[in-house]
Write a protein that binds this ligand. Sequence first.
Ligand SMILES: [Zn+2]
Ligand SMILES: [Zn+2]
Length: 339
Amino acid sequence: MFSAFPQLPLELREEIWRYCLPYRVRELDRSEYDLYEVEGESEIPCWLHHITSMNTRPPAIWSVCHEARRVAQETGRVSDPFSLRPADSKWYSYLQIHDRWEDSQRDSVHMNWPAMTTYDDDGYGMPLRALSFDALRLSGKASIMFTFLHSCLKPDPGEKVAIFAHPPSPGGCYPHEDGMAHLRVYRRAMLSDTRALRHLDNWSVVMKTVVIHQDIRIAAMTGLFGLLGDALVQIVDVDEVERMADLLRLARNCEQGFNVTARQDFEPLNLQEVNEAVKQTLIERGYGDMVPKVRPAVLFRLCPRMCNRLGRAVTPPPRPIGMGRGFVSFWLDNPKARR
Ligand SMILES: [Zn+2]
Ligand SMILES: [Zn+2]
């Protein structure tokens, strides 16, 4: 900040702080695919749950001074979305996130859960209702994985999709039903849950995930992760051509010159192919009317931990404050780490 900042009128200072607030993607749950891998031994590009837990923190300006914190708290707070949802929109998953920061004006919500039915012992309830309920409390925008959309049940010809259904309880089961009755009630609930697609006018469907391994301060300078680099997760729709190209280029540059455990695919999505896939999936489930409101997207995650570098033995210790401000500085510059 420049030195005249404190002399600006309060209203102007607050306006500047507001301008620094990030537009973030609030995650309902952690990604599951990396949980069973042993860090340092397996060939996956990133341990995504590190990013997800960093992504629950308050925005950067919250830690600057009391004035900035007050501005962040005008629209932001820590909340547990699980406890705020009404009974007909409950969803439980063993990967769900409880306390997290959220901004009621700026943030969208995202569910990493990969399929509607596969994990019935680890997740139960009404996932889409939960997601859309959360979205409506915030900016009204939500995103899901394509695998999830594709796993939503299709109604048989003539089958009614109930407006209301009791959410399934643990294990996807209804304790008082058995055999075929149990399956019927479960199917009724899961079909009914798909109706929540109509609760929002703005959906993104994640066709692929790309991880960018980079120092947060360097990434912040690109402006692609919020003004201060505190929006670590970005969901970019296929029609945001420029931002998509910038992020893919950054991702490629951050991986190309290094020996990594797993190479990622940085090719842009085939527009026609993904549009068609999303459209078909919606039509087959009776949501042809939603086609213009649902867009294919890519999920970008900024990870400062360099999970994918071969030979990375330890997590680098934090740099002393004031060193390498915004520029490359090797962690060996930390005098404590030198020996
Ligand atoms: Zn990583
Ligand atoms: Zn069951």
